[in-house]
Write a protein that binds this ligand. Sequence first.
Ligand code: F6P
Length: 328
Amino acid sequence: MNESAVKRIAVFTSGGDAPGMNAALRAVVRTASHYNIDCYGVREGYNGLINNDFTRMGPRSVKNIITEGGTILKSARSLEFKNKAGRQKAYENCVSHGIDGMVCIGGDGTFKGAKIFYEEFGIKVVGVPGTIDNDIFGTDNTIGYDTALNTAMEAIDKIRDTATSHNRVFFVEVMGRDAGFIALNSGLATGAIDILIPEKKDSIEDLFATFERAEKAGKSSSIVVVAEGEKLGSIYDIAKATQQGFPDYDIRVAVLGHIQRGGSPSCADRVLASRLGHGAVVGLMEGRTNVMAGLKSNKLVYTPIEDAVKKHNDIDQHLLKISEILAI
Ligand code: F6P
């Protein structure tokens, strides 16, 4: 490799934590060490840049963390970094540590911050997509998504036991503020009779028609998976409307919430995180900046951060169709 374009980098995790962030951090620190690049970990995302919370990291600082959920660097959504004065402080702290490159591990809020910071101050930055929501363009999967999907699937399987035993209808909410990837895939994997996601136009009439079809087919219990960001209304409103439409149904609501963000990362997430963390450092060394490292069709690709946050991976409509066909 030619001489590296960076000599001393900072790495941090920001936004909602995701399983595999630690594996990505480990990959960044060890890749940097392998190529003789100094590496500083910054605690609590952009807040740590502002508050000068930098720690020198080496291969032993990341021992045994590949198995751990959460992030040892901690994470935050920084309000102060949204102001120029906060970013100015962050820049001064980077300068005082001699930082010439940054790896930021997080989701779209993290990347928006990285882009503006690069444009204002010129410190090279490469993003690593870490969020359970899978709502980042430029990578087939984000780090944490696979683990969260499996957590949701296991939880819904358990709910299924009760639904079947009591002939109940369950509405189960999964995470995804703006995106239905977790809902669609966990719904398909658990045989949900309907999947409500923000990317498709749902109606209460269509939902009722699905219940009627299920009844005719002899189903005595059902699960409907609802994405957190569903536009039809809150899961409680939808359940209430269903109870009014079908007074005989024994309906329950379960909101899975933050259990989806925790836990030891799956094998797929550990491998993805390792490849992207390594790819981010190599990208910086090659002089890349304002890009995100992602994996598309099993190949490492760099996508401009602007595209990563503005564009969207489309929901696979065919998967929705398959889930409809298979559920009843
Ligand atoms: O990490 C993304 C996400 O899981 C969203 O799906 C959800 O809306 C959000 O985080 C909740 O985050 P918090 O509770 O940290 O504000």
